[in-house]
Write a protein of this length. Structure first.
Length: 316
């Protein structure tokens, strides 16, 4: 349930039935953690007789590597994880995100912000709130105007200013995660007004993923637990944009020897898909992490046969 939220008329759903997706960022090849997310989302789609889509989230262009998209697709196919429709690239969907931003602007939900991360940290310090180095900063509302208005469209091109969503008071979001159960978040105190378009002109993940999921008709989102904290923000945007809410299932993370999440930023080793034997070995490790049991372990089994057995063993 969300309080103090008005919703426009729901747009027509582009497709019926189960539709899932895997949406990697092309900042490097797949590692063990990303294969767990890919396999979990693929199995959930196949177990439910649905479609599985591949979306390349190359929105943050400075961090993306030109060769990574091809590497990811090659790795997925080597593991037998084929997708059902044309691959979507976020970098080619700027107009869709701009339309959503202008729609929110028309609802008088946006305001511009010139705060840097250090400015926000200093403002929080004055309030007696210590900003953790690794945690997201709760925006204190420094640039939020007293009265919200619809801004001129041309002002979106203004340099060095971000655009934030203005949250209503007591913005409480709750949802049921298919793996983790009941979840809730008060956005005002745990996130604050969050950015939809950065000061460098790039749209943020929060806006882009909501628009893409809605326009692709995604009904089920299966992804890593590291993205759980984003879900409430995305549900809030779905509500005010009039989109249908997908179902969510967050998977356990693969951690390194220090208890940190495997990531490309920490130079996680890419999965070995040099041949079918090594690809199947990587799939078996991912399945074990997902808690799948009694899967065939013979040397002569093919990837297709193993994936069929894994689909039958999937819990949902």
């Amino acid at each position: 349930m969300i309080l103090a939220v008005s919703t426009p008329e729901n747009p027509p759903s582009p497709a019926g039935g189960y539709r899932g997706r895997f949406a990697p960022s092309p900042t490097g090849p797949l590692h063990a953690g990303s294969l767990v997310a890919a396999l979990g989302s693929w199995l959930d789609a196949r177990k439910n007789g649905g479609k599985w889509l591949l979306r390349i989230e190359d929105l943050d262009t400075p961090r993306c590597l030109p060769e990574a998209t091809g590497q990811i697709q090659t790795q997925l196919l080597a593991c037998g994880l084929s997708w059902d429709e044309e691959v979507i690239h976020q970098s080619q969907r700027q107009d869709a995100y701009q339309r959503a931003l202008e729609r929110l602007n028309g609802l008088e939900r946006l305001y511009s912000c010139s705060c840097s991360r250090q400015t926000i940290a200093n403002a929080l310090a004055k309030l007696g709130i210590e900003a953790s180095r690794n945690n997201e900063l709760v925006y204190p509302g420094t640039c939020r105007p007293t009265t919200l208005i619809s801004n001129p469209t041309e002002s979106f091109g203004e340099l060095q200013r971000a655009w934030r969503i203005a949250l209503p008071p007591n913005c409480y979001v709750e949802f049921e995660d298919l793996a983790l159960g009941f979840q809730s978040q008060i956005l005002n105190t745990e996130v604050g007004d969050f950015v939809l378009r950065r000061s460098d002109g790039l749209f943020t993940y929060q806006l882009a993923v909501v628009v893409d999921d809605a326009e692709q008709g995604i009904t089920h989102i299966v992804r890593g637990k590291d993205l759980l904290s984003n879900t409430a923000r995305q549900i809030y945007l779905q509500e005010i944009l009039g989109y249908k809410r997908p179902k969510y299932l967050h998977l356990p993370l693969v951690l390194d020897e220090y208890g940190e999440k495997l990531s490309k930023q920490t130079l996680a080793t890419q999965i070995n898909t040099q041949d079918a034997k090594r690809s199947l070995m990587e799939l078996r490790k991912a399945a074990k992490h997902l808690g799948l049991q009694n899967l065939p372990d013979g040397e002569n089994i093919t990837i297709a046969e193993w994936l069929l057995a894994a689909t039958h063993a999937w819990r949902t």
